[in-house]
Design a binder for this molecule. Sequence first.
Ligand SMILES: [Zn+2]
Length: 414
Amino acid sequence: MQPAPSNLAAVIQLIWTEGEISRAEVARRCDLSRSTVSALVQQLIDLGGVREARVGPSQGGRPPVMLRFEHDRFRMIGLDIGATHLTALVMDPRGRTLSRASVACPVESDPPGTLRKIDQLLAEVQAKASLSAGQLLGIGVAVPCPVHPSTPGRLSPSILPAWRDIDLGATLSQRWAVPTYLENDANLGALGELYWGQGRGAGDFAYVKLATGVGAGLIIDGDIYRGGQGIAGEIGHTAIDAQGPPCRCGLFGCLEAMIGSKAIESDFLALRLQQGTDPKKPAPDLGSISAAAAAGDPLAVAVIERAGHHLGVALANLLNIVNPSRIVLSGRLTLAGEALLAPLNRAIQARTMWTNVAAADVVISSLGDDAIPLGAATLVLRTALADPTRLSLGLPTSVPRRQFVGVGGPPPTP
Ligand SMILES: [Zn+2]
């Protein structure tokens, strides 16, 4: 009889987490009989996910043979498709980046050119990481829009109309002959933080990306929370001031319209003009305004202070509704450091219910820009650990792609 797949997933997730463990310990930790564990482990050895390693220390009787996750056998690619850039990296199952490349690209307006650049980028990172045939488990793709569950391989046509007729998931699966998984970029930033960054050990947290746009990924009970249509976490389009400035979404006073890069850059220019500074001086971008605020430049501090307050109001709303135990901030605005965090924390303190205030823990990402591509690669690993039959390589190309696109199975223990 075939062992239940959920037990198979539980066993490989434990072996992956521990790196090395005995069969007896697996049986104890997974609450399974020794004979069930032996059958499951044999299946995992046959799938190529686990091997027997050196003999462990004796506990009095016969010394146990240890089981080891095949860390060197598998590689994952994470591809981050931004509004104006592409980043790809090759990751190993320990979360280490083996190669990385990035290129500017007009993603929104030029799908054919973007597809060509993706091909070049993926070829480059695979060559740099010396990937051999059959090592690649799949490609995780972060996209700058929600991914609807009914069209898991496509970008949102309302946000990226030029991509309307392209099934990116199918295109990449066919081109590289591996499963491809698409997911919203902020959700993948959250996944990257959950496994390798500031979200480790936090079962419920929010990841907020503060760059050209503003978006959030929510981890609830150790898994990405997508909502009914895949748009959960669109904090950038929640209202801060219903009579505020117009937003690209057609509404007014959205958080993104007030603290997105364009808003902060124009706030800075307006304030500089007000103070009578030479209007011909080049306009700085979000990154340099944030860095100037961190260095104490009064003009930049004033602009970032206002942004910090608005962001704090939005995060207070999030804390009151979802109550994450931690909020991880990422993106160029976080270069401002304390100049951003101080007004932000004041706004949170003033606006959250007291139980949430005690728990509010706002930190800046330690993974920087790579949280998202790392999260994309992690999605591939996570999917394979949830369904270890995906670890067997050389999958027949006749298997329908739809079987691969999307995420299934129970969430593994990070
Ligand atoms: Zn909006």
